[in-house]
Structure formats: C-alpha cells, structure tokens
Design a binder for this molecule. Structure first.
Ligand SMILES: Nc1ncnc2c1ncn2[C@@H]1O[C@H](COP(=O)(O)OP(=O)(O)OP(=O)(O)O)[C@@H](O)[C@H]1O
Length: 609
C-alpha cells in the first residue's frame, strides 16, 4: 500500500503561486456582475415580510443600545459608588444592569428568531421558483448544462443565501450600529481618550490586511482543492466497476494522493494565517488597554476625566475591534452569496419553453399518421437535419439507422417537440405539430429509452407513472404484458419493492422491462424506442423483444437502433447520413438495392461473426 510522503510538506514557498493567481482570477469571475441589481432583487423578497423585518431592526437597535449601556453603567458604578465608597445606591444600579443584560439577551434571541423566519421564507420562495422553472425550461437548457452545476444552484447557492440572511445581515447591521454608537459615546465622554483608543486601529487594519490578503485566496484555494478532492472521490466511488475492470486502482490512488497533498498544503497555510487574526487582535487589544490605562490614568489624576470613564473606555475598546473584524469577514461572505443569488436569478429569468400558440389544438386522440415534409433543423447555428421527408402510416414501425451523430435522436427530438424545427413541416394526422399543444401531443406518446430511468419509489409506483389513475390490477396486467410480472412476484416485497435512484438491485434488462410495462400502461398511440435492447443477455433480450412487439402493435412507433437485426421487421427503415436521408424502404428492399444500408448490414454481420 502506498503511504503519503510526509517530507517537510508545509513550506510556504511551496504553495503553488500559479494556483493562487488562478484562484484570484476565479474570484473575479465569481463576483456578481450586477451586485446592486441582485441586492435590490433579494430586497424585494425581504420586503414581502416588512412587519417582521421592522421587528428585527428594532431588536438590533435595542441589542446595540444595550451593549453600549452595560459598560456605561459599570463606569457609573465605579464613579458613584466605588470611588466615593458610598454603596447605598449600588443595589439599584445592579438591578438596572441586570435589566440591561436581560434586555440585551432577549433582543438577541428575538432578532435571531425573526430573522431566521425571514430567511427561511425567502429561500422557500426561491427554491420553489427555481424548481418550478426547472420544469418549464426547454430540454435544450438541460442539454447544454451539467447536472451537477444545476444541482449546485438549488443546494449550495440557496444554502449560501440562507446562511447569509441568517447571520451576515444581522451581523453587519449590528456591527455598524455598535461601531457608530461606541465612537459617539466615547467622543462625548472624552475626545482625547477616544483618539488614543483609536491609535491602534491603523496598526490593526494593516495587520489584518496583511493576513487576509494571504488567507483570502488560500481559503478559496483550499475550497477549490476540497471540491476537486470530493469530486474525485465521488467519481471513483461511482466508477468502481470500471476502475476494477481496467485494473486502474494504483493509478487512481496516486491521483488521489496528489489531490490530497494539494489540499493538505493549502489547508495548512490557510488555517495558520487565519489563526493569526485573533492573536493579533488580542495583542492590539492589550496594547490599547495599556494606552487607555496610561493616558486615562494621567487624565484622571489631572481631573479631566473620572476613573469610571477609564472603565467604560476599556470595555468599549473591546467592543470596538470586534465589529471591525466582523464587518470585513461578513462583507466577503455577503458578496459571495450575492453572486450565488445572481446565478439563481439568471436561471429563474431564462426563457421558458416556448409557449404554445394561442389557439393550439388539444388532441383527444390521434391516428398516429406522421408526415415529414422537407424538414430542416439546426442546434443553435449548426445545421443538423437537411430536407427530411418521409411518412409513417398509423400503426407502422419506422426505424432510423445510421452512424453515430447522423441525426437519429434529433429527429425524435423534433417529433416530441423538445426542439422546434426551423423549416419544412411535420404533420400529425394532417395538422402541423406547431398547432398542437405540446403537453397534449406528449400525452399520446410513450418513451422507452436506452437509459431506463426509474424513480426512487416502489415498482408499482414506477409503473403507475404511465397512468396515475391506473388500478393495481391494470398495473399487474401491464407487467404481465411486459414479461416482468414473474420476476416482480419473486421479489420478497413484490410490487412494493423500493427501487433506489440508480435502480441498483435489479438488472438493466429488468429495468427496461419495467419501463416497457410503464409504457404499456400509458397506452399511447405513438411510441418512441431508443436502442432499447443493448447490453442485455439473450434470454432477457428475447423477453424484451417479445414485450416490445406486443407494445408496438397498433401504435405508430419510431425506433432508433444501432443493431440492424432488431429492426428487420420494421415497416420502414430510414438510413441517415450527416442529417440527410440517403435511403428508405423495407429491410428486404434495402438489402436488394445493395446501397448504404446493405453495406452497413454486411459490416455488422462481419463484426458479429
Ligand atoms: N443539444 C445539442 N446541441 C448541439 N448539438 C447537438 C445536440 N445534440 C446533438 N447534437 C449534434 O447533432 C448531431 C446529431 O446528433 P444525434 O444525437 O441526433 O445523432 P444520433 O444519430 O442520434 O447519434 P447516436 O447514434 O450517437 O446517438 C451530432 O453532430 C451532435 O453532435
């Protein structure tokens, strides 16, 4: 087993400077493009809860005032009762102090309670809007993006907004109020001592700036390395089969080690520098106490101020540095949350799936007669399909064949109107598809796709997805027709067997049979089958072929098949090349004409010989 080298790993000059630079570049792109606009938009969500927000502001005012009043009273106690050694009113003052501290705690508790409510309501609305938007966006939106990226919008970004609203917003308010309040009271008590107290601030600023200039990018680098490491672990865990079959374990361990070392380096320095901040603050606080004690003592001896004022200043000095520090921290968190919010809003603002025409038809039923008339289509600006013309009679099976990238899936995408065709016309029962409501068109279609997708639900619920009002008997009948009933019956929990998201626990073929049962139950007039029989053992393949034959009977079916032996019985085979139809006809006719299909057929025969 490999062990990680532990050779002087923590030299600062070993931090990859290029990585730091890269991180700084990334930071720039990670900022919101329109910070003011995004903040305004977040505000519009908060403004829906004006009443509660006012209460929070009131509580912040009270807590800030109380944090000023506490030390002030202590100072008064020193002057009035301790210096004078006249303790008669001390008891009453202690009661006041107690009230101040209770009020302080209570206002902190309530501001937190109300602000958490505001934050939760805001992210509830955002999550809801984002999820609804996901379901209104066209397929092209998802085709262009990675799933992980979209997941990150609804998890990380929204979480970030929540945390920022919960903590940073109140912190920023409180810090500003406390800072202003402290300086005002200090100035009123003694402008000279205020200046002396503040003498350490420039030093503090410089020290913090020096540290954060280093920790900021290091922290982000650490996050970046952590993300890389997590991603790598996730990928290798889910790709275990492939790693083992290609005997890549050693290489994977080596690559992991590299990522682990990167994280170790950046993590070490990020935390070392971050650890400096409280130490430096403490040191400067003590310096400031010393200065206040010295200067305050001299001023008190000269009767310019009282001893109580010195007590108040030492307390305020402590209160003073904390908000300064917090402001700079919270500001960064706030900026990154605003950037996240902007990404969320960008998705919410993305153009939704084109709406149907105003007077679009709702199909009650359909014969399933399709006609493609010189249809052309481009993804963005890349032309894919050119002058496609063919017909599919009701109940016929039309198969698309051709090399990878020929445009088979694209034709299916046009039939189901996941994409809009640019030129020409596609007609269903003589009506242009564009005049038919998308939802009503798709209601008459069922898909059995290569990547059989099952939900995290029971087998029964997965089949019922085809027709929500189906009875248990109808589900069982569909499963019987799909040749999967016997298999389900043999499972300990039968139809109530829970499937996990990846559908593990059942084979690829069984998954496919369940999706066929789902399609049978849906009882559509139009069927779309995408390479439904690849990677499956012969017995299951026969079962699938048999189930499909039953499913396709009496329905117009479009089949994408790479293996020509599965489509020989199709009524029409359409051979595509570079987005154009080069041949069409029955298997026998195409073989007899000895053209492109014949060549492809011969090639496959040789490959499987
Ligand atoms: N969402 C998309 N955006 C841009 N181009 C795309 C998109 N989907 C497919 N293409 C391109 O369109 C062409 C046709 O792709 P299509 O998926 O229709 O081919 P196919 O015949 O189904 O291939 P395969 O047999 O590999 O599934 C390819 O060049 C492909 O790169």
């Amino acid at each position: 087993m490999r062990t990680a080298p532990f050779k002087r790993p923590f030299q600062y000059d070993k931090i990859p400077i290029d990585d730091l630079r890269l991180q700084q570049e990334r930071d720039k792109t990670n900022r919101a493009r329109n910070t003011a606009g995004t903040v305004k938009r977040i505000w519009s969500y908060l403004a829906r809860q004006k009443g509660t927000l006012l209460l929070v502001i009131l509580m912040v005012l009270i807590s800030s005032a109380m944090s000023l009043a506490g030390p002030f009273m202590v100072g008064m106690a020193v002057d009035d009762f301790i210096v004078t050694q006249e303790p008669s009113g001390l008891g009453m003052l202690l009661v006041w102090l107690l009230i101040i501290y209770i009020l302080h705690s209570l206002s902190l508790f309530l501001q937190n309670y109300w602000m958490v409510g505001i934050a939760q309501n805001t992210v509830y609305s955002l999550r809801e809007e984002l999820f609804q938007q996901f379901h209104r966006l066209p397929i092209s939106f998802f085709d262009k993006r990675q799933h992980g990226e979209l997941m990150s919008r609804i998890t990380n970004d929204i979480d970030n907004i929540n945390n920022t609203l919960n903590q940073s917003v109140i912190q920023i308010f409180t810090s500003v109020l406390t800072l202003v309040g402290t300086v005002v009271v200090m100035l009123l008590l003694s402008p000279l001592l205020t200046l002396i107290t503040m003498a350490t601030i420039p030093v503090m600023f410089m020290a913090i700036r020096w540290i954060t200039k280093r920790t900021g990018p290091l922290y982000k680098l650490q996050q970046h390395h952590l993300g890389e490491l997590n991603g790598y672990v996730e990928e290798t865990v889910s790709g275990q089969h492939i790693i083992k079959t290609f005997s890549q374990e050693e290489r994977v361990i080596g690559e992991f080690q590299e990522r682990n070392e990167n994280l170790q380096h950046s993590g070490f320095w990020a935390q070392v520098f971050a650890g400096f901040i409280p130490k430096v603050m403490n040191m400067l606080n003590f310096l400031s106490f010393g200065l206040i004690g010295l200067a305050g003592g001299i001023l008190a001896i000269q009767d310019v101020i009282t001893v109580g004022v010195i007590v108040i200043f030492t307390e305020y000095a402590r209160q003073f540095t904390r908000p300064l520090n917090e402001l700079s921290n919270q500001f960064n968190i706030l900026l990154s949350a605003v950037a996240g919010a902007e990404r969320v809003f960008n998705i919410i603002d993305t153009k939704q799936e084109e709406t149907d025409e105003k007077d679009a038809l709702t199909l009650d039923g359909t014969q399933g007669h399709f006609e493609f008339d010189h249809v052309s289509f481009a993804y963005e600006k890349t032309p894919i399909l050119k002058g496609i013309s063919f017909t599919a009679e009701p109940g016929q099976t039309v198969a698309f064949v051709g090399h990878t990238g020929a445009g088979k899936t694209t034709i299916i995408n046009l039939i189901s109107r996941f994409y809009n065709y640019d030129n020409g016309v596609i007609k269903l029962d003589g009506v242009d598809l564009k005049h038919i409501r998308r939802s009503s068109l798709r209601r008459h279609m069922a898909f059995v796709l290569q990547d059989a997708f099952l939900f995290h639900a029971t087998i029964r619920e997965n089949i019922r997805y085809g027709r929500l009002d189906a009875t248990d008997d109808a589900i069982m009948e569909a499963a019987k027709d799909a040749n999967v009933h016997d298999f389900i019956k043999r499972l300990p929990n039968g139809y109530d067997t829970m499937l996990d998201q990846s559908g593990s626990g059942i084979s690829q073929g069984q998954k496919q049979l369940i999706t066929i049962a789902r399609a049978i139950l849906a009882d559509p007039s139009i069927l779309i089958l995408d390479e439904a029989t690849s990677n499956i053992d012969t017995v299951t393949e026969l079962k699938i072929q048999d189930a499909l034959k039953r499913l396709m009977k009496g329905r117009t079916s479009f089949v994408i098949a790479h293996r020509l032996n599965t489509i020989q019985e199709a009524d029409k085979i359409i051979m595509l090349e570079h987005g154009e139809i080069v041949e069409q006809g029955s298997h026998e006719a195409l073989i007899a004409s000895r053209g492109r299909y014949y060549a492809l057929h011969q090639q496959q025969l040789k490959e499987h010989a």
